[in-house]
Ligand binder design. Structure first.
Ligand SMILES: *Cc1c(COP(=O)(O)O)cnc(C)c1O
Length: 288
């Protein structure tokens, strides 16, 4: 399988594709910051008839691209990947865990985004908020294979109506509201950008959906320390901003990852902005 080196299913999921049930070798192409990769790398890396080589059987892309910061992948690029894969005769899969975020952010329909893809997966449990569940789509033949695999994985379902009901609810009620999450992530990014801090930076243009990657550009504070500070409430800050704690994930050695979702209200975002401003000023005051 050819896929980006920042692809979620390459970095995470215990390399499930390579374990016994998949037996697939990932062959990674460096992702660019926008979540795409160089399409000319696809034909260059495809391997087939040589008896020494594995056979390339799939190209996989991800939209929105999680590790690249929830980026919406350009439609023209998806179509181009699709036509290259088609000309080679291998299918294209879309890891669309956050596909609905891409739909809302781009205004393109899911069928249009997936036009060049043979198969796709969509998470019901990320921004769409159900307790559990992913949906995969593909041809009838593919779905039958998927059903068999699900069964052998121990995922056979009997009284699945409650889960299905949650999924149907999500389809009807949770897609359009993703715009709120996107606006909230943008509010966080704008607030940080607007401070012009030398030590904590965020570029609003890089925030396409509900993920905001914030960079720590000095060695005054590590991502772990920054996240810990956002979670505690100091005596001094209560009188100024009230009691606000923000849960954020340390991401790389110099960044943290904010994710907005259904459980974060507009009031919550306003409180978070106040807290961020307070903590960033505190960090910046140590610069001089
Ligand atoms: C969460 C996630 C998955 C796995 O989805 P499950 O619903 O846990 O199977 C795959 N790809 C991406 C990009 C994800 O974020």
């Amino acid at each position: 399988m050819l896929l980006g080196d920042q692809a979620h299913i390459f970095l995470y999921e215990q390399a499930g594709m390579a374990q016994k049930l998949g037996g697939v070798q990932p062959h990674i192409i460096p992702n660019r910051a926008d979540g795409t990769f160089d399409v000319s790398e696809i034909p260059a890396r495809v391997r087939d008839e040589d008896v020494h080589c594995p056979r390339t059987a799939l190209v996989c892309i991800e939209n929105t691209q999680n590790v690249c910061g929830g980026k919406v992948i350009p439609l023209s690029w998806i179509d181009e990947v699709g036509s290259i894969a088609k000309s080679i005769g291998i299918p294209l899969h879309m890891d669309g865990a956050r596909l609905m975020n891409a739909v809302i952010a781009s205004g393109e329909s899911a069928p249009r985004i997936l036009q060049a893809c043979e198969t796709a997966s969509i998470c019901l449990s990320k921004g769409l908020g159900t307790p559990v569940g992913s949906v995969i789509v593909g041809s009838e033949e593919f779905m039958y294979k998927a059903l068999r695999l699900r069964k052998v994985l121990g995922g056979g379902m009997r009284q699945a109506g409650m889960l299905a009901a949650a999924g149907l609810y999500a389809m009807d009620n949770m897609i359009n509201r993703l715009a709120d999450d996107h606006r909230h992530a943008q509010q966080l990014a704008q607030a940080i950008y607007g401070m012009g801090s030398r030590s904590v930076k965020c570029s609003p243009a890089e925030v396409h959906t509900n993920i905001a990657i914030v960079h720590l550009t000095t060695d005054i504070i590590t991502p772990e320390q920054f996240c810990k500070r956002l979670l505690v409430v100091s005596e001094e800050e209560i009188s100024e901003i009230g009691e606000v704690a923000i849960k954020v994930l340390p991401w790389t050695s110099d960044s943290v990852r904010f994710v907005t979702h259904f459980d974060v209200s507009s009031e919550g975002i306003e409180a978070a902005v106040a807290k961020l401003k307070y903590v960033i000023s505190e960090v910046d005051s140590q610069l001089d």
